[in-house]
Design a protein around this ligand. Structure first.
Ligand SMILES: Cc1ncc(COP(=O)(O)O)c(C=O)c1O
Length: 371
């Protein structure tokens, strides 16, 4: 969709990356790291000061003593974290529960392990996690569940009741829980992120994955990390070593600076995301889309079926092509987030980690759809 946006000179609200820049002190720290000669391999599981910083952060967050030398692995993005986590715990033929709609590397991560991704639908319009459905998907081969919260593409933050359901299913079936928490710092309306791995029942069976790309507007730096109890960390580290050796050393040094930014940076980021969310919701509502207000992350799944244009009968893929080519705004087809048939119909996903001026321009173009 980004390639299509470039082809049609469309405003790119498809792929989830910011059009504003990485914080200056973080860029400066990367330049300094390169100038200071941090240009060779880091220790495979991560540049030591970054692992120490992550261990400190996650000891506080998970409530157990995260050790930099045992439990932390710095990866080339959350994508690599997911692939290595899934591959390290699943054998060929094992099954892993994946909530759909899902980020596009979740299913391939299972396929790469010769394992079987088992989809469980979150249904529009509220996209709540349904424990009965989750339980119904369990077989003797189910070994793990992959959970992303705050959630792409729905903007959901799973609440205590939904997480209680996950705990039940995980414990009843002796599963490993892999969490993708890449949007942990993009939350709205005073919400505070709670890592599922901090819950006492899940502590020993959860692999927690996070990343820096979204929080610090540096998706191109490819930095993520896996925090895992030792029995899982070993496999993750082995796979990471043999696939990528290490993430870019000077960028890991700069990531240490990013994670040390003052609280004011996170407050300012949160304020800015509230403004972007408000503007995007206002635009979409005025145009005639139906959509839920995101609770976290920076995406909106919007239903186009009520727009006053003939193209509402198009499939999401056709509609997304029409949007890029004729409206000049690139989006992602809603059904592309599902492998299950019949879901995501009449939906497209908007990503809004953009300057307000970009969103305003997109808003002007979208008005073509309102009459
Ligand atoms: C839920 C989720 N997980 C993982 C990723 C990929 O993260 P990274 O760029 O750190 O590999 C994304 C990117 O959009 C995402 O939305």
């Amino acid at each position: 969709m980004t390639r299509l946006a470039l082809k049609h000179n469309a405003i790119n609200l498809s792929q989830g990356f910011p059009d504003f820049d990485t914080p200056e002190p973080v860029k400066e720290a990367a330049v300094q790291a390169i100038q200071n000669g941090l240009n060779q391999y880091a220790i495979t599981w991560g540049y030591a000061p970054l692992r120490e910083k992550l261990a400190e952060l996650y000891t506080g967050r998970l409530g157990w003593a995260v050790h930099p030398d045992k439990h932390v692995t710095v990866t080339c993005g959350v994508s690599e974290g997911i692939i290595t986590a899934v591959q390290s715990i699943l054998n060929p033929g094992d099954e892993i529960l994946i909530l759909e709609p899902a980020h596009d590397n979740f299913r391939p991560s299972a396929h790469i392990a010769n394992a079987v991704p088992v989809p469980v639908a979150l249904e529009a319009p509220d996209y709540r996690l349904n424990v009965t459905k989750l339980r119904a998907a369990i077989t003797l081969k189910t070994k793990a569940m992959l959970l992303n919260t705050p959630h792409n593409p729905t903007g959901r933050v799973f609440d205590a009741e939904e997480i209680a359901g996950v705990i039940e299913v995980v414990l009843e079936n002796d599963l490993v829980l892999i969490t993708d928490e890449i949007y942990d710092r993009i939350l709205y309306d005073g919400r505070i992120h709670q890592s599922p791995g901090s819950l006492p029942q899940l502590k020993d069976r959860t692999i927690t994955i996070g990343g820096l790309g979204k929080t610090f507007a540096m998706t191109g730096w490819r930095l993520g990390y896996v925090i895992a109890p030792e029995q899982f960390a070993k496999g993750v580290r082995t796979l990471h070593d043999f696939t990528t050796i290490c993430a870019a050393t000077p960028l890991q040094a700069a990531a240490t600076a990013a994670l040390s930014l003052p609280e004011s940076f996170f407050e300012q980021t949160t304020r800015a995301y509230h403004q972007r969310r408000a503007l995007m919701m206002e635009i979409l509502t005025n145009v005639g889309f139906q959509a839920n207000v995101p609770q976290g992350a920076y995406y909106i799944m919007a239903d186009y079926s009520q727009l006053p244009v003939p193209q509402v009968s198009l499939t999401p893929t056709e509609f997304a092509h029409f949007m890029a080519a004729e409206v000049g705004v690139a989006v992602v087809p809603g059904d592309s987030f599902y492998s299950l048939d019949g879901y995501g119909r009449s939906h497209i996903r908007f990503a809004y980690p953009k300057k307000l001026t970009t969103l305003e321009q997109a808003g002007e173009r979208l008005m073509k759809l309102s009459a």
